[in-house]
Design a binder for this molecule. Structure first.
Ligand code: FEO
Ligand code: CA
Ligand code: CA
Ligand code: CA
Length: 672
């Protein structure tokens, strides 16, 4: 057995300098191994990835834009072992595409259509989720197993079932799903969650962009039009214009929500309602059917992270809805946590127990450092008032509230936030952290700040598209009585992003960042596993960036932090400055300032990437990190990054999103 010792609460590595190099940079003494990359084959007999646009069959290859990930341990027999640090299943989301690199000369008619069928099939299948076996072949030498029987791709075409209160609702019935219980696939999977019973929660974020509602609003009810507009299903052809493929196959037709038939059972007008959910996957059972958990609401789901579990108390799931001025949510189960349930072998049935029945809440942040969870329960949610030319919205039942969660949150007066991204749970204190990645001047105008979203300024280095809250911040909250089911909480702002070179400008560097730890646009967020000695007393928090306002000075990055607790700072008044020099003050509650002892840059990525997705082996000695969309602004014949080839010194070839395994030369625990 491994003896776990309490380590001193210090960060044990030298900060990585900001840089624009085309590699993953880690501290001295650390090693980077490139693991699964876009296109890598994950079934026997599938050819190696040519990486020249000629490859097909993405239903048996790693998808594009690898995002959130989680490591599920396996024992020598290939079954679940949560304590295994040498063999496991890496479950990763595949959010979107660098579409220019998927075809020999880029995509054909990507914004106007008609799209070639063969191109559209590749693009659809390169989305979804991958399950891939990883093995340590000795001394933390990691490789993936191409022919593992446990490998799996879940794509937008994979059959799924609906569970919870919306199952069977008329709102999700389509030509494919006549009784509203079936669906196909998942798309734009961003952040994630995991359960103690061994499943993965994958989250559908910017799904609305794939749809068009074409020109048929007169054929719809006013309520349907209001809902489509609120969720951003537009009249444009959608991100990749898949509905323009000249085929009657419903895998293409479904992306046009036009009401063409006599009823909703004859067309795909309700297809957008089949997306925007949290989806539970059993990674240990490749034949299992993923379940969409409708009790958790429908939105632009960033992630779904469980709160700290306590036997006999309810289970809470924290969820950001990532768009400007969207909200922060919590689901609370009806069932109380029974620790014996962690060992079930019928894992999706355990999901039924904890994730299908409960109460969905949305957060309201008060100016005094308190907050309220507002229940979204039919009968207590008022009608959404008429707004912006749209009529009053009258909820019909609880299924309506869960399908149109954003409308219900509007109606109860939740606090619009600066783009809620990931949440993380401090495993010791149970406090919840939430990244608010950024906002612009329209979303957070000078006169429109509040205590939890207190900043507006004109970024001094670039007046274009850098006004509002361009560097973002991280909020944290403590439930009243440390009860997951509490309806009240205390909160503060843990960190503000900033460019430390702009320290003299008003209200920019509010957390006192320096060159060793300045960052912008926090997104990924994760606490080290509790088995890791870092989890004893003061666990490590990892912050990943998806940055629009610091990429002039550095590629995106990941930092390690030793956070304190809610309320370790105090009240502060910020002087906000508008683009024309006018000012307005905003009172808020802030945490203690950062120092290089408590926040430090651990990693920088290659050119034009985002750092997103992080987990470790249970022993904390291998860290897995997702490198997403390197070279996203390049051309097929002129890539703007050559990563991951460049990690080995080769400066040619198309870039590929990939997972890296990070280890220490001395075999120690990462970050300490
Ligand atoms: Fe997919 Fe909000 O990041
Ligand atoms: Ca994200
Ligand atoms: Ca982001
Ligand atoms: Ca992304």
């Amino acid at each position: 057995t491994t003896k776990v010792t309490v380590q001193p609460a210090v960060l044990g590595f030298d900060a990585v300098p900001k840089n624009l190099n085309d590699i993953v940079t880690v501290p001295a003494g650390y090693l980077v191994t490139v693991m699964t990359r876009l296109g890598d084959p994950i079934a026997a007999g599938v050819s190696a990835y040519a990486n020249d646009g000629t490859d097909g069959n993405f239903a048996q290859r790693i998808g594009d834009h690898g995002d959130a990930l989680y490591y599920y341990g396996l024992n020598a027999a290939g079954t679940r072992d949560d304590n295994s640090s040498t063999r496991g299943l890496l479950v990763q989301n595949h959010e979107n595409l660098n579409v220019q690199y998927l075809h020999p000369n880029g995509p054909t008619n990507v914004s106007t259509g008609p799209r070639p069928e063969v191109e559209a099939i590749k693009e659809i299948e390169a989305h979804g989720v991958s399950v891939t076996e990883y093995r340590d072949t000795g001394g933390r030498t990691w490789t993936y197993v191409q022919d593992s029987a446990l490998n799996r791709r879940i794509t937008p075409n994979t059959p799924v079932t609906f569970h919870g209160p919306v199952r069977g609702s008329a709102l999700i019935r389509t030509a494919y799903s006549q009784d509203g219980t079936q669906g196909r696939g998942t798309i734009n999977n961003c952040a994630n969650g995991h359960t103690p019973w061994g499943t993965n929660l994958t989250c559908e974020e910017n799904w609305s962009g794939y749809f068009t509602r074409s020109g048929d609003d007169a054929a719809r009810t006013p309520a349907e039009v209001t809902a489509l507009r609120r969720y951003g299903v537009t009249r444009t052809l959608g991100n990749y214009a898949w509905s323009t493929v000249a085929s009657t196959n419903s895998i293409f037709r479904r992306w046009d929500a036009r009401a063409t038939g006599a009823t909703a059972l004859a067309d795909y007008r309700n297809e957008p309602n089949q997306f925007g959910w949290v989806v539970e996957i059993d990674p240990y059972n490749p034949g299992s059917t993923p379940r969409k958990r409708t009790a958790l609401g429908r939105m632009g789901h960033e992630g779904a992270w469980l709160g700290k579990l306590t036997a006999g108390k309810k289970v809470a799931v924290y969820m950001g809805d990532d768009s400007r001025r969207e909200y922060f949510y919590k689901f609370v189960s009806n069932a109380a946590w029974d620790a014996g349930d962690a060992n079930t072998t019928d894992r999706l049935a355990m999901g039924d127990k904890y994730l299908d029945a409960g109460t969905l809440y949305v957060a309201k942040f008060n100016a005094d450092g308190t907050g309220t969870w507002l229940p979204l329960v039919f009968g207590s949610v008022p009608n959404r008032p008429a707004t912006g030319g749209q009529p009053e919205y009258v909820f019909a039942n609880q299924a309506d509230i869960l399908v149109n969660t954003r409308l219900a949150a509007d109606a109860v007066g939740a606090t619009p936030m600066d783009r809620p991204e990931w949440t993380a749970t401090n495993p010791v204190t149970g406090e919840i952290y939430l990244t608010l990645t950024n906002n612009n001047a329209a979303g957070r105008p000078l006169g429109g700040t509040d205590a939890a979203n207190p900043r507006h300024y004109n970024d001094p280095k670039d007046g274009s598209n850098q006004v509002g809250n361009p560097n973002g911040h991280i909020v944290r909250l403590k439930e009243t009585g440390d009860d997951p089911a509490a309806t009240g909480f205390a909160w503060d702002i843990y960190l503000f992003g900033a460019d430390s070179a702009e320290a003299s400008a008003a209200n920019v560097n509010l957390s006192g960042l320096d060159a060793s730890n300045d960052f912008s646009s926090p997104d990924g967020l994760w606490f080290s596993r509790t088995q890791n000695p870092a989890g004893q007393g003061r666990p490590l928090l990892w912050v990943q960036t998806d940055d629009g306002a610091l990429t002039d000075r550095t590629n995106n990055q990941m930092l390690a932090a030793l956070p304190g607790t809610v309320g370790d700072g105090g009240a502060k008044t910020i002087t906000n400055v508008g683009a024309d020099g006018t000012t307005a003050t905003q009172a808020t509650i802030v945490g203690a300032a950062a120092t290089t002892a408590t926040l430090r840059r651990f990693l920088t990525g290659p050119k034009e990437c985002e750092i997103t997705g992080v987990d470790s082996t249970p022993d904390g000695r291998t860290l897995f990190v997702g490198i997403q969309h390197p070279g996203e602004d390049g051309e097929p014949d002129a890539p703007s990054s050559n990563w991951p080839q460049s990690q080995g010194g080769t400066t040619s070839g198309r870039p590929r999103s990939a997972v890296v395994a990070i280890t220490r030369q001395d075999g120690g625990i990462i970050g300490l």
